[in-house]
Design a protein around this ligand. Sequence first.
Ligand SMILES: NC(=O)C1=CN([C@@H]2O[C@H](COP(=O)(O)OP(=O)(O)OC[C@H]3O[C@@H](n4cnc5c(N)ncnc54)[C@H](OP(=O)(O)O)[C@@H]3O)[C@@H](O)[C@H]2O)C=CC1
Ligand SMILES: N[C@@H](CC=O)C(=O)O
Length: 328
Amino acid sequence: MQTIKIALLGFGTVGQGVFQILNEKKEEFRNFFGIDVEVVGVLIRDVEKLRPLPAHLFVTDRFEDIASIPDVDVVFEAIVGEEPAYSYLTYFLERGIHVITANKAMFAKHGLSLQKVAENYDATIGYEATTAGGVPIIKTLKNLLQVNEVENIAGILNGTSNFILSEMRTAKCTFEEALQNAQDFGYAEADPTDDVSGKDAFRKLMILSQLAFGRQPSWEDVEVRGIQTLTLRDIEEAEESGMRYRHVAEVNITGSGNLQAVVRPLLVGPSHPLYTVDGVDNAIVIDSEYLGKLTLIGPGAGRFPTGSAMVEDFVQVISSKPKVIIPQ
Ligand SMILES: NC(=O)C1=CN([C@@H]2O[C@H](COP(=O)(O)OP(=O)(O)OC[C@H]3O[C@@H](n4cnc5c(N)ncnc54)[C@H](OP(=O)(O)O)[C@@H]3O)[C@@H](O)[C@H]2O)C=CC1
Ligand SMILES: N[C@@H](CC=O)C(=O)O
C-alpha cells in the first residue's frame, strides 16, 4: 500500500486538530483510497513545551530539518503570521509538494502569488480553513462561480467576535470575561487584537473577494472597525429595542465594476439573516446572478471544525492528483 507522507507546520489548536483527525481516519484512508497516511515531522517554535505527541514522532524547531525529510507529499501549515509561513510554503510548492493552509494573515496577502507558484509546479494549495473555520465557503464559492457572477458577500467572519457578543448578551459577562472564554476554547488568534479589531474578519473578506471577484479592493480604502468598543450597556440597550449587534464584513461589486468593502459592528433586527447566528458560528450570505441569496452557517473557529476543513482539503488533494496516488 502506498504511504502518503505528511509534515505538519504548527502544533497548536489547529495543528493538533489535524493530527487527531488524520489518526482517527487512518482506517478510512486505507479502505477508500488505498493509502497509508503517515505524519513524518512536526515543526514548532518551542521544543521544551509538553505536547500530546507519540514519543517516536520527529518534532523540531528547525525548518531545515523538515525541509530535508525525503519524499514528503503534503504539508499542513497552521503557524502564525505572514512570515516565515509564506517563505516556507513557497519552498514546498516549488518542489511540487502540496500545501494546505489555515493561515489567513499570510494567505490574504500572498494567496494569489502562492496559487501561481502552485500552478507552475503542478502542486495544489488548499485554503478552505483560512475563511470561516469549518464552514465550506471556499468550495461552495468555487462551485457557484462556475455558473454565477457573485454580486455581494456579507457575513460574520470572526468566531471570537460573535462568541463575545453572544456571551455578553446571554450570560451578561463583560467583554474581558467573554474574550478570556474565547481564548480558553482556542477560538481567538495568538494576538486576539486581530479578532476584536476587525482585522481577522477583514483578511477573510479579502480572501473571499479575491476568489469571487478575482481581485481585492485597495486595503487602505476599506473601513475596518471591530467590536472592542462595545460595552455591556450597548448590548443590553440593543436587546431592549429588539435588535442585536453582529460583526459584519461585506464586499460588493458596483455597476461600474468597483469593489466596495466594509467591516464593522451592525445592529440587525429579527428579520435579518444574521440575527439568530450565535456563539462561535460564522454565517455568510452570498448573493449571486442566478442562485440569488445563499446563506451558509456553521462553526467559524476551533480545533475540530478547522482541522476538518484542512483534512477535507487533503482528501481533495489525494483524490484528484494522480501523482499523489499512483493507480494500482
Ligand atoms: N484557532 C482557530 O480556530 C483557527 C486558527 N486559524 C489559523 O491557524 C493558524 C494556527 O492557529 P492556532 O492553532 O489557533 O494557533 P496556536 O497559537 O494555537 O498554534 C500555533 C502553532 O504554530 C507554532 N508556530 C508559530 N509560529 C511558528 C514559527 N514561526 N515557526 C514554527 N512554528 C511556529 C507554535 O509553536 P509552539 O507550540 O512551539 O508555540 C504552535 O504550535 C493561525 O494562522 C490562525 O490564524 C485558522 C482558522 C481557525
Ligand atoms: N480567531 C479566528 C479563528 C478562525 O479563523 C476566529 O475567531 O474566527
